[in-house]
Design a protein around this ligand. Structure first.
Ligand SMILES: NC(=O)c1ccc[n+]([C@@H]2O[C@H](COP(=O)([O-])OP(=O)(O)OC[C@H]3O[C@@H](n4cnc5c(N)ncnc54)[C@H](O)[C@@H]3O)[C@@H](O)[C@H]2O)c1
Length: 360
């Protein structure tokens, strides 16, 4: 398993440079954000609030988006042309918060111009694109962080701790449901829009290389799948299942994680007890044949561990700053983005073939 995200103290940050704007931290890492639609404002808000970052520019093709940004952040440079950010000598990091089909070109130009890049999920539209970006970043000694936000969610960090410290025991399954009415996307299916969240959490918790993927689903309003059931097979008989759906009458965000020793329920919509740990399980003391099985059910305590409520994006962006300053690859680096894109490609291929098993 890769090491989990840390929550560093960013008191020491990079190189002092002359000629910084008055009132800004001369050591701050200067970031330009491309894309100020639905998700971009959350990135800008967190970057603006964190020490060590300086939001130097916000870019969006839409004048209305730029007007919104200008109202919130009066001193920040605004531009409709991504090249102003990607090629600026006054910017160290580019955050790409645009639709997935634009990620590759924007991130590539950023890397070519010597910028570290923060790229939204899903990392790229194809695995081949992700591989190119990883190679380019390595050659230029630059960092890529893919915004797998949920890896920095307090509940996910707690679950990882409970798996790593042996509380859960050997894993049996991971079963995640993320359904709601909408938000329909125009450019990607529900698989590429919602499943990256569940797949990245699955990848982080299970920490093994998956063997095969099966996906079924359907589209009802246009040619893009609006519901999908994805099964991922891992070595050691560990199975993951992900249910993503834009056509659900109710919002559900629940993940079940079954282990030999404990079973967990993570309900992300629960305000207080987000995780419940069940001391429940099944033991089989066997006789000879099918009818001699002695099944005993364990039904012990249920408890709810404390979960850090810090906004995940805040923790994530603090961690990215630390990675840049230390020259270290983040946990959610390009390679982690690529693992998810490979799974998405396999799921899409399987879905189109009505559930064909795709070996990875
Ligand atoms: N991590 C999360 O939890 C999370 C949540 C929502 C969305 N996202 C991701 O964020 C990305 C953006 O999603 P969104 O919902 O904000 O989309 P959106 O369509 O609401 O916003 C994207 C913005 O980017 C602008 N844009 C597109 N191409 C541009 C370019 N070349 N130059 C300048 N501006 C450009 C558009 O004008 C638009 O305002 C997607 O990859 C999505 O998957 C992540």
């Amino acid at each position: 398993m890769s090491s989990g995200p840390s929550t560093p103290d960013n008191s020491s940050t990079a190189v002092e440079r002359p000629g910084s704007r008055p009132g800004t931290d001369p050591n701050a890492v200067r970031v330009g954000i491309i894309g100020y639609g639905y998700w971009g404002p959350n990135i800008v808000r967190n970057l603006s609030a964190l020490d060590g970052w300086h939001v130097a520019a916000v870019c969006d093709q839409k004048p209305t988006a730029l007007a919104r940004a200008g109202k919130m952040y009066p001193g920040v440079q605004l531009t409709a042309d991504a090249a102003d950010v990607l090629k600026s000598p006054d910017i160290d990091v580019v955050a790409v918060i645009t639709p997935v089909w634009t990620h590759f070109d924007l991130a590539k130009t950023g890397l070519e111009n010597g910028k570290h890049v923060f790229v939204e999920k899903p990392f790229t539209s194809t695995a081949a694109q992700a591989e190119q970006l990883i190679e380019l970043a390595a050659r230029k000694n630059l960092q890529i962080m893919v915004d797998h936000t949920f890896l920095f969610n307090g509940a996910v960090r707690k679950i990882r701790e409970l798996v790593d410290n042996g509380t859960v025991g050997p894993l049996y399954y991971f079963d995640s449901t993320r359904v709601n009415l909408g938000l329909f996307q125009h450019d990607v299916s529900v698989v590429w829009d919602l499943a990256p969240h569940d797949l990245s959490v699955m990848d982080h918790i299970i920490g093994q290389k998956p063997e095969a993927v099966v996906a079924t689903g359907g589209n009802h309003l246009n040619e893009l799948a609006d519901m999908a059931f994805i099964t991922v097979y891992f070595p050691g008989n560990v199975t993951a299942h992900i249910n993503v759906n834009w056509l659900s009458p109710v919002k559900i965000r629940t993940t079940l994680i079954g282990g030999r020793d404990k079973m967990l329920v993570w309900n992300d919509l629960e305000p207080d007890e987000k995780i419940r740990v069940y001391d429940r399980g099944v033991e089989i003391a066997s006789g000879q044949g099918l009818y001699d099985l002695l099944v005993s059910y364990r039904s012990g305590d249920v408890w709810s561990p404390k979960v850090d409520a810090t906004e995940a994006l805040r923790t994530e962006l603090k961690y990215f700053l630390d990675c840049i300053v230390r020259g270290q690859a983040p946990t959610n680096d390009g390679a982690s983005g690529l693992r998810i894109v490979r799974l998405l490609e396999a799921a899409e291929q399987s879905l189109k073939a009505r559930g064909k098993l795709i070996e990875l």
